[in-house]
Write a protein that binds this ligand. Sequence first.
Ligand code: GAR
Length: 194
Amino acid sequence: MADLAVFASGNGSNFEAVSEHLAQSPHRVTCLVCDRTGAGALRRAARLSIASHVISYAGRPREDAEQEILGILRDAMVDVIALAGFMRLLSASFIETFGGPILNVHPSLLPRYPGIGAIETSFHSKDNELGITIHEVDHGLDSGPIVLQKSFRRTGRESLAEIEQRIHELEHRWFPDVIRRFLDDAPSRQHWRM
Ligand code: GAR
């Protein structure tokens, strides 16, 4: 069994999809880390009975917020982190100190359209093929080694809402699957215990 922490800033639909998937596995979502009070992800965590932690980044250096998060991860012996719509960059020092895998899902075919608003930017592009990227995280903006990309061809007649729905369907189908694979491998690493 391995422990996952999910970081989210917004609606939390990926957080919920991951939690539901892992409920059918030996692994578990140990906690939600959220940087915004009022985020939909927090309501989902309460409904799913998953512990949540609101970490304020306002008015203090990012390093202070990250130290607080590291304390939570260490107490919970978290093996893997999943960023599910977490709209903050993690410092190189945080990534190194955590030491385990950190995965991110992004709603475009990286390296195209990193950052916020990727679905809208993809939609307004002339690209015929749109999709999602799941990657390991480094300290850059939606950068790091790509683990999986999934795409679909659009006709050009879809609305933005339809494209958004297809992208979220891909995320909810594949992000839990990739996370599960990393959790399956986690016991051999046990990075907190070294
Ligand atoms: C998802 O589409 C995810 O790919 C995106 O935020 C959304 C969160 O939705 N992440 C990024 O853009 C990261 N740069 P959710 O809160 O419903 O899971």
